[in-house]
Design a protein around this ligand. Structure first.
Ligand SMILES: CCCCCCCCCCCCC/C=C/[C@@H](O)[C@H](CO)NC(=O)CCCCCCCCCCCCCCC
Ligand SMILES: Nc1ncnc2c1ncn2[C@@H]1O[C@H](COP(=O)(O)OP(=O)(O)OP(=O)(O)O)[C@@H](O)[C@H]1O
Ligand SMILES: [Ca+2]
Length: 578
């Protein structure tokens, strides 16, 4: 066994020992980046002609969840002690490493591997040295603030957290303060005004997109208040939030989780939190004149999706099925709306285009590209840039639209696995503006259907899509201006400005106006100004991993339930022979 000093090369072995695993002798190596083990002894039981190289396993150190002494009463250890007569000295002291194992469709599971050692000292040394490596991973959260919506989705949030997530947090040594919400906006208000955020490394929401939206608003507003930033200023440079947000999906659509992780699975999300993943996310700020309305990270939808949402709110009791019912009803209504959309295209080539088929994936190059237009430009500089852009500046489109959608991320979800804009990026500082013009029911049906198959939903004469940094929408008909519809700050403002003229209220016709759905919340203003705030928040996620990469990593070996991670033989040789 060798123990090398801290300043040795990254790949140098910290520990290298012959141990027992599954009744067989294995050589186990720990260096700064991987834990690896390979069988060094042939077993009569498993002689399937597989070479020794195929028995090699590696686990990235940053994907180790925890290492523990295997308890004496551990069933596995007892079974092992009974069975392994031939290794009598090597079967008493054992440690278990819990690590991330990839399964199908971006799902992660926590797997355990137990190694048996010849002595207590050796066992303790393995635990200590492995733990030392885990402590070096400073991006891992130690303390979390968790909000559970007990009524989201199928009302299983509390059960999911207690049964699936809390035990994993405990195993990983993460402490969690849990608040089960008692009313809508409880989490938002608590974060905004009460929570002592200095105590935490992250905030976790257990619920759906609506619950995530509460956490987003609480955290972003709190950060701006703490830094004296006025959210009502559409051009204000917002301060990024320092705490990351974890999403344990327990809602109806869970689009934000699906589009950032690739699956809606509580265990996978818990593992992304434990390993301390970090995925920056763009946030759209939505204003009406100089009044802040809301933030959005997924879909801002006017017309079709706004109407689906408005109708579905009446049928909340139906749970997730409410969207399908309202979807069919809205489709049959076949409404269209008139208005003007003006937008500032993301002219910079580095952001690609919504039709380039370059999907945003883990480590996305486009999102990493630091163009000056991302985050670093002051609003004055941006204004200057806009003025000097001339023909590449703001564009205006007047028309009759069935839907106006701004997809800040793909909006992939189980209903539409590739999403509303399959090539939208999580953190590029832009949103994809999709305009679906008035068309026949059949054409609109064909367009919708393409959200569920491989065909290009933008390849229709009545659909256009633009990658934009900002956009405005002005409905052709004036806004409804009943005081009940107005947000608190606007009510105050209205008291000084007589906006609600008789002419305005009379000219408003509900049949001609839709509402915006903002991440599943209805906005009470149709005329809005939207600006993308590049990478304003970070999630405990890493973006969707390449499917190809996943498949390469997963091979079923001998036991179809055993998924293992083979390394190219050269890589394994390098690890074991260094
Ligand atoms: C022919 C089948 C076509 C299926 C087309 C499916 C397209 C689905 C695209 C879903 C995009 C979801 C975007 C996510 C938005 C979230 O920020 C938000 C908050 O959770 N969710 C919703 O607003 C919830 C929005 C839920 C929208 C459901 C729409 C269902 C449409 C059904 C149309 C049926 C037509 C049938 C004609 C006979
Ligand atoms: N204790 C509570 N009682 C009532 N409503 C709550 C409570 N806690 C949170 N809410 C509200 O419930 C709404 C819906 O919650 P959530 O997003 O978790 O589920 P969902 O609507 O089923 O899922 P999705 O948003 O993914 O469609 C949120 O807008 C949130 O503000
Ligand atoms: Ca984006």
């Amino acid at each position: 066994m060798t123990r090398l000093s801290d300043n040795m090369e990254k790949q140098a072995k910290l520990l290298s020992t012959k141990l027992l695993h599954n009744h067989r002798q294995v050589e186990v190596i720990l260096n700064r980046s991987v834990l690896a083990w390979k069988v060094t002894e042939k077993s009569g039981k498993r002689s399937s002609g597989v070479t020794e190289g195929a028995h090699s396993h590696t686990v990235q150190v940053f994907e180790i969840v925890a290492v523990h002494k295997t308890e004496d009463d551990d069933t596995q250890t007892r079974k092992h002690q009974e069975k392994t007569k031939q290794h009598s000295q090597l079967n008493t002291y054992a440690f278990t490493v819990s690590y991330v194992r990839r399964t199908r469709q971006h799902r992660w599971r926590c797997s355990d591997v137990t190694f048996h050692c010849a002595s207590r000292e050796l066992c303790e040394q393995w635990i200590q040295v492995t733990n030392e490596q885990l402590l070096l991973l400073t991006n891992r959260p130690k303390s979390l603030l968790v909000y559970i919506n007990p009524y989201g989705g199928k009302r299983r949030g509390k059960h999911i957290y207690e049964q699936k997530v809390a035990p994993m947090f405990r195993r990983a040594g993460i402490s969690a303060d849990v608040i089960v919400t008692e009313r809508a906006n409880h989490a938002r208000d608590h974060l905004k005004t009460e929570a002592n955020l200095d105590k935490y490394d992250g905030v976790v929401c257990v619920g759906g997109d609506g619950m995530f939206s509460e956490i987003l608003h609480g955290l972003v507003s709190r950060t701006q208040m703490d830094h004296g930033v006025d959210q009502n200023q559409p051009d204000a440079e917002l301060v990024p939030c320092s705490l990351r947000i974890g999403i344990i999906p327990a809602g109806s659509t869970d689009c934000i989780c699906f589009a950032t992780v690739g699956t809606n699975d509580p265990v996978t999300s818990a593992l992304h939190i434990i390993v301390g993943d970090s995925q920056p996310i763009d946030v759209c700020s939505v204003h009406h004149d100089d009044i802040f309305l809301r933030y959005s990270v997924s879909l801002l939808g006017y017309g079709f999706y706004g109407d689906v949402l408005t109708d579905s709110e009446r049928n909340r009791w139906l749970g997730p099925a409410r969207y399908d019912l309202s979807g069919v009803k809205t489709f049959l209504s076949h409404n269209y709306y008139e208005g003007a959309v003006s937008f500032l295209p993301a002219a910079d080539d580095s952001v690609g285009s919504p039709r380039d088929k370059l999907q945003c994936r883990s480590g996305c190059r486009i999102c990493q590209h630091k163009s000056p237009s991302k985050a670093s430009l002051t609003s004055e500089e941006e204004e200057e840039e806009e003025k000097s852009e001339g023909s590449s500046g703001w564009k205006v489109i007047h028309g009759k639209f069935i839907a106006i959608n701004a997809a800040n991320m793909s909006c992939a979800c189980p209903r539409s696995p590739k999403g509303l804009s399959p090539s939208a990026h999580l953190a590029d500082g832009t949103t994809d503006l999709i305009l679906v013009r008035k068309c026949s029911r059949l054409d609109f049906f064909k367009h919708l259907l393409r959200h569920t198959n491989k065909d290009d939903q933008f390849d229709h004469s009545f659909v256009e899509v633009h990658r934009v940094r900002k956009f405005h929408f002005q409905p052709r008909h004036r806004e409804p201006l009943s005081l009940e519809d107005l947000s608190e700050p606007l009510k105050k403002k209205t008291a000084f400005r007589p906006m609600c003229s008789a002419q305005t209220t009379c000219s408003y016709n509900t049949a001609h106006s839709s509402s915006w759905s903002c991440d599943g919340e209805i906005l009470h203003h149709s005329a809005i100004q939207v600006s993308v705030q590049c990478q304003l928040i970070r999630l405990f996620a890493r973006g969707i991993e390449e499917q190809q990469q996943q498949q390469q990593q997963q091979c079923v070996f001998e036991d179809p339930n055993t998924l293992w991670t083979p390394e190219p033989s050269t890589e394994m040789d390098r690890i074991f022979s260094y």
